[in-house]
Ligand binder design. Structure first.
Ligand code: ME8
Length: 526
């Protein structure tokens, strides 16, 4: 992704990651949601002057993927080559601005896995033993007897609902139990390390309950990274997968610019299902290997479809391609981040997305832009009008517009997307109220100078809105900025904080066209 500023050694960096997705699944709305959240933050930080690295990718090893390849009748490598592309396609289709796409079958990653293993081994954190216990292939996770529930036919299930199987095999172990107190201390000293707070509490009570050493190698199948010095074993797929975050910065080459610049990451974004791996195992591995910890793990909530859990067996996974085709890309991006307070679970429904599209995008934002730009086209010969003396109402609206960036920045710093959007919409509503109150269409005859000022104030407000809404709804924002003739190099946030980039009087504007159509069709997806 192109950077928008000259970058130098002083430029602050922002490294953000998505989970790497299991290739055996078909990409659905849940995957799109996590990457979307990262995309918005990455775009925001780029506009805010940061040197950003945004990493996503696919998790390609392990028993689950090996089984899927067998079922497809092809070799695991050929299988993963094929299906990994589905996730890259999704990222491109959703206009995600990732800088790097990692596949765990790449050589750079295998090298990083071997290196972290060797660091752990050299630190005395690994010993050989044997694992006897339960394993869920679907979660690629070990479970203790106490965590399981009994099924009707004597089978047993993990808390996630995944079926477990009994495993007995030689295994290398990581001394996780020794890290309990240091992890708790770390959580206490870094209260924002795990967010949201409720999830942090869950993790802390899990760790408080005691940690057992973790099995980190398998011998009963082959599809994985070999354990250095013992080819009988392959590395546990979660140790392999988590390592991707440092592979992405060039690890084990810790002296290279990429690593020193980007590690530790500012944010690992994950769903709540995989928080334990990220907030317990990963920091323990890193501490044990003598590496720095990421600054934050944010675990967001779970999407259901019209009240039902999304699952392969129910066949109700929401296909993001269908959604975008039906409603439009920016509309889907807006809905996903506006509908649900980030961190909470959310329910997808056609009714809800249509309400948001027609109410907030078409009526509120679309109408504001359309009304103002059409009046400028009609009454000001399509030129940015002059701004005369400002009234209190003018100043109030402009002050609110000037304050918006800082508010949105603060909300995004705590990953509160819905509040950031609410702040943007509160300015949109204020601007619509101002249009009604000032009634510029009535001023044309009696007070044309005042009409010009009102339209200028509104156009300047829309400039703020369009610049700040770029990370969320990039296509519509860019169309609006085109219609305001804002040049490409004046679309970053610095241009909201310096006076000389305000709209220039007399600038010709292209013919306005609507950017947020109403959704009118009866027929909807799924
Ligand atoms: O767990 N609602 O991969 P995965 C919201 N490979 N988010 C959802 C979702 C839903 N219904 N379904 C999936 C793995 N997600 C591992 C990760 S990382 C080192 C290894 C999102 O393909 C959410 O982000 O099962 C969740 O954490 C992730 O997809 C799980 O993806």
């Amino acid at each position: 992704m192109a950077q928008l500023f000259m970058l130098g050694p002083e430029t602050p960096t922002f490294y953000i990651t998505t989970p790497i997705y299991y290739v055996n699944d078909v990409p659905h709305i849940g995957h799109a949601y996590t990457t979307l959240a990262c995309d918005v933050l990455a775009r925001f930080k780029r506009l805010d002057g940061y040197d950003v690295k945004f990493l996503t990718g696919t998790d390609e090893h392990g028993q689950k993927v090996e089984k899927s390849a067998q079922a497809a009748g092809i070799k695991p490598q050929a299988f993963t080559d094929q299906v990994s592309e589905n996730f890259r396609d999704l990222a491109n289709h959703m206009n995600f601005s990732y800088d790097d796409f990692i596949r765990t079958t790449e050589n750079r990653h295998k090298i990083a896995c071997a290196a972290i293993w060797q660091k752990l081994q050299a630190a005395g954190e690994i010993y050989l033993g044997s694992y006897t216990g339960w394993y869920a292939v679907r979660d690629e996770a070990f479970y203790s007897e106490g965590e399981l529930t009994d099924g009707p036919n004597g089978d047993k299930f993990a808390p996630s609902g995944a079926e477990v199987e009994w495993v007995e095999e030689p295994s290398y172990f990581f001394r996780l139990s020794a890290w309990q107190e240091r992890l708790i201390k770390y959580y206490q000293e870094n209260p924002d390390f795990i967010m949201p707070k409720t999830r942090r509490n869950e993790v802390m009570s899990f760790v408080d309950g005691g940690l057992q050493d973790l099995s980190i190698s398998r011998t009963t199948f082959k599809w994985g990274v070999p354990v250095p010095g013992d080819n009988e074993h392959i590395m546990y797929v979660w140790l392999d997968a988590l390592t991707n975050y440092i592979t992405g910065t060039g690890f084990p080459n810790t002296d290279a610019v990429e690593y020193t610049k980007y590690w530790p990451a500012q944010l690992h974004m994950v769903g709540k299902d995989i928080l334990r791996f990220h907030a317990v195992y990963w920091p323990a591995f890193l501490m044990a290997a003598g590496l720095e910890l990421p600054q934050r793990i944010f675990a967001h909530g779970w999407w259901t479809n019209e009240g039902q859990k999304i699952s392969k067996s129910l066949g109700n996974a929401i296909n993001p391609y269908d959604l975008v085709r039906e409603f439009g890309l920016d509309q889907v991006r807006y809905f996903l981040l506006r509908e649900v307070p980030f961190g909470n679970d959310g329910d997808f429904s056609n009714h809800a997305i249509i309400q948001r599209i027609n109410g907030e995008l078409a009526n509120d934002y679309g109408n504001l832009a359309q009304r103002v730009l059409s009046m400028i086209a009609k009454n000001c010969s399509g030129l940015i009008p002059a701004c005369g003396d400002l009234t209190d109402e003018d100043k109030q609206l402009l002050n609110t517009a000037n304050a918006l960036l800082a508010t949105v920045r603060d909300y995004l710093d705590i990953q509160s997307f819905h509040e950031a959007l609410e702040a943007i919409w509160s300015l949109i509503r204020a601007a619509n109220g101002y249009v009604d109150q000032q009634a510029p269409w009535k001023l044309k005859k009696e007070a044309p100078v005042r009409m010009d000022s009102v339209l200028y104030v509104l156009a300047e407000t829309i400039r703020h809105l369009a610049i700040i809404s770029q990370p969320f709804i990039p296509q519509a924002s860019s169309a609006l900025l085109d219609q305001l003739s804002v040049p490409e190099h004046e679309r970053n946030f610095t241009c909201l904080e310096t006076k000389n980039t305000s709209l220039r009087v007399g600038t010709p504007l292209p013919k306005p066209t609507g950017v947020f159509p109403r959704y009118l069709k009866e027929n909807v997806v799924n």
